[in-house]
Design a protein around this ligand. Structure first.
Ligand code: DX5
Ligand code: ZN
Length: 217
């Protein structure tokens, strides 16, 4: 089990320090959510922020594009450490073309599915992707509860292509991680669980939470 920290819940005024802390405590990768206010009812990060993050990171970065028209941004996301670019199945564009564009740009290609989207709706794209991101919540906001039925999708995805990497994004905490582990999820994306803490010993608290998620490795 690989742990990816969603920077959406990190301290926005101290992103560089947050990245250094996450790297230091052993998070495997960073998850950067880009939202355009159209595809989802929220706005988060931006193309230039990914460039700055890539220059400040020693660990891989996964870019989760929650935007209506991702095609125009693919070439702008090619940076050192940007390992995977993920688009949504629910967009209206030419998904196959965009996935090929991501691969041509030299990064891994991922496809994300909202809780109400069935696995059969991505079957046609499975040979083109390296990564499938199951949304455990409706995209747009951190701090929501996992829709546990979304975990059934892991086996369905693996039955179509056994060697594809499967991640779950949204609603992951120490309890839901146990459920995800049972389903053999490869990557847990965790945001508010890791970062929300009111103690004065923030780093140790985050470290302990990471340890709890990592025990399923
Ligand atoms: C939500 C984002 C997630 C979010 C997860 O649309 O894609 O990456 O940060 O947050 P938590 O872990 O708090 O559900
Ligand atoms: Zn995300």
């Amino acid at each position: 089990m690989h742990i990816s920290a969603s920077l959406l819940s990190a301290d926005p005024l101290n992103i560089a320090a947050e990245i250094a802390m996450l790297t230091d405590i052993g998070v495997d990768s960073l998850h950067v959510d880009i939202m355009d206010g159209h595809f989802v009812p929220n706005i988060a990060f931006g193309i230039d922020t990914v460039k700055c993050i890539s220059e400040n990171s020693l660990i891989p970065i996964n870019v989760h594009l929650m935007v209506a028209n991702p095609s125009q941004f693919i070439d702008m996301l090619v940076h050192r450490n940007v390992e995977c670019v993920i688009i949504h199945r629910e967009i209206c564009g030419e998904i196959e073309e965009i996935l090929k564009k991501i691969k041509t740009s030299g990064t891994k290609a991922g496809i994300a599915i909202n809780p109400e989207t069935e696995v059969c709706e991505i079957e046609a794209y499975m040979k083109l992707v390296d990564f499938v991101l199951i949304m455990g919540v409706s995209p747009g906001f951190s701090g929501q509860q996992l829709v546990t039925q979304t975990l059934n999708k892991v086996a369905k995805i693996k039955s179509i292509r056994n060697n594809v990497i499967v991640g779950i994004d949204g609603g992951i905490n120490d309890k839901t991680a146990i459920l995800a582990n049972k389903e053999k999820v490869d990557i847990l994306v965790a945001g508010s669980y890791l970062f929300d803490c009111a103690t004065c010993n923030r780093v140790d608290t985050i470290k302990e939470k990471l340890r709890k998620l990592c025990q399923y490795r």
